[in-house]
Design a protein around this ligand. Structure first.
Ligand code: HEC
Ligand code: HEC
Ligand code: HEC
Ligand code: HEC
Length: 315
């Protein structure tokens, strides 16, 4: 089985992407992480930015934090790095193939935010047989992107999805985290900060926006873009916090989720005159409505409505 999968992956990097091969691979095994070194082979600028973040730096010493031992013990484990519960959010794993034992190699990294890459990495890098990136036909690129997304890639264009992923870790709301463990972690002093907000948390150390035409410049957002980002972040917080409300009855957990809901509701209320999708999301905080809102705010200047709410500090 292991050999067979390896063969499929190496075949995939030579042949043009075929729907059959992708679905055959998906049927074999859950996606796994290939590790940040793989991404760094090409994305050196993004990797440099990542190395300046708390995500990167935490790998070296988060397990030495004075609360760490008490929190690990609360979920019945001994060492943070070995705990499957802590790994859900704190560590990036690396596997060579589906049968390989996952190794914790870093703190939260590329695939924590952009999705485990085993099923999409070869699609991502396949411009067509013998075709260089500059010469890739538009239709091929569109198909490649759609296939990468279908295989689990979380791309920056789908900002609601990227944001929801941040919210899942930072709101202690990930599906993989059991309710009883979340409660035990909180009781042992694990933080849950309802003030986690996308502009202040993504436009400081985390920001990497090396978009064309000049891919050497890490671009700052304009005020209009910041206003969109703020609204999309609140939309993702609302959906995530509403879902989390049914996860645990722990008093502090619920109180934090309620606080997130209140902040998000105020932000969405402020834009609903300008963007009707915000009203639809408030009425029904579903993922589909969150995505629709994110699509609707693209290109809009919402500074009049939410400019005063934008946080000043950048983490
Ligand atoms: C072989 C080189 C290469 C590797 C390896 C690679 N990328 Fe990329 N990536 C690119 C190029 C080139 C682009 C620019 C857009 C394009 O043409 O796909 C890109 C674009 C992206 C984008 C922007 C969205 C998009 O689809 O255009 C993201 C996000 C991304 N890569 C993430 C990753 C992550 C995460 C990894 C590791 C799991 C990775 N890449 C590995 C070459 C690579
Ligand atoms: C659902 C995601 C998630 C899980 C699971 C998780 N953590 Fe965390 N942890 C976070 C986030 C996010 C932060 C950073 C919060 C902040 O400072 O904004 C954090 C911060 C911490 C801190 C720093 C505390 C402080 O006061 O600054 C420690 C220690 C910690 N976690 C230990 C653990 C241990 C031990 C486990 C496993 C039992 C664990 N965490 C599981 C998401 C998680
Ligand atoms: C904390 C989450 C997070 C981590 C970690 C992360 N990204 Fe991103 N990435 C994002 C977000 C959010 C965007 C969208 C930025 C925007 O458009 O404003 C993005 C955009 C990108 C882009 C397109 C913009 C550009 O810089 O060209 C690429 C490529 C990319 N990421 C690759 C990577 C790679 C490679 C790593 C690991 C070295 C990585 N990312 C780590 C969240 C993350
Ligand atoms: C896989 C889980 C995970 C995801 C996804 C994630 N984070 Fe984190 N983040 C963490 C953990 C764990 C820490 C704590 C690291 C530490 O304190 O050592 C953290 C810490 C941070 C910090 C430092 C906080 C501080 O007070 O200095 C920032 C900023 C941050 N994350 C931003 C983001 C943004 C923005 C996104 C989404 C684009 C995101 N994170 C997605 C797990 C995650």
């Amino acid at each position: 089985m292991k050999k067979f999968l390896v063969t499929i992956f190496s075949v995939m990097s030579f042949v043009a992407v075929s729907g059959f091969i992708v679905s055959a691979t998906e049927a074999q095994a859950a996606p796994f992480k290939v590790g940040p070194k793989k991404c760094q082979e090409c994305h050196t600028a993004e990797a440099e930015v990542w190395k300046g973040t708390a995500h990167f730096k935490s790998y070296k010493d988060i397990h030495k934090h004075d609360k760490a031992d008490a929190i690990v013990e609360a979920v019945g484990d001994k060492r943070m790095k070995r705990s499957e519960t802590c790994t859900i959010c704190h560590y990036s794993e690396e596997q060579k193939d589906a049968g390989d034992k996952p190794k914790q190699v870093a703190g939260p990294s590329c695939e924590s935010c952009h999705g485990a890459a085993s099923d999409w990495i070869n699609i991502h890098n396949d411009y067509g047989k013998g075709v260089k990136r500059e010469d890739e036909p538009a239709a091929h690129k569109a198909e490649r992107i759609a296939k990468a997304e279908a295989a689990g890639m979380i791309r920056p264009d789908k900002l609601f999805d990227v944001a929801s992923n941040c919210m899942a870790c930072h709101g202690l709301a990930r599906d993989e985290l059991e309710a009883k463990d979340a409660a035990a972690m909180l009781d042992a002093g694990h933080p849950l900060k309802p003030e986690f907000e996308l502009v202040s948390y993504s436009q400081g150390t985390v920001r990497h926006r090396f978009y064309p035409p000049d891919v050497t410049v890490n671009k700052e957002m304009t005020p209009a873009e910041l206003s969109q980002l703020y609204v999309v972040g609140q939309a993702a917080a609302l959906v995530s916090a509403k879902q989390a409300m049914s996860k645990s009855d722990h008093a502090n957990y619920k109180a934090a989720q309620e606080k997130r809901i209140a902040t998000a509701t105020a932000a969405l209320d402020a834009v609903k005159g300008q963007v009707p999708e915000a009203a639809a999301l408030l009425a029904d905080p579903s993922v589909a409505n969150g995505r629709a809102l994110a699509a609707a705010v693209k290109g809009k200047d919402l500074t009049g409505a939410v400019g005063g709410m934008l946080p000043k500090d950048r983490k």
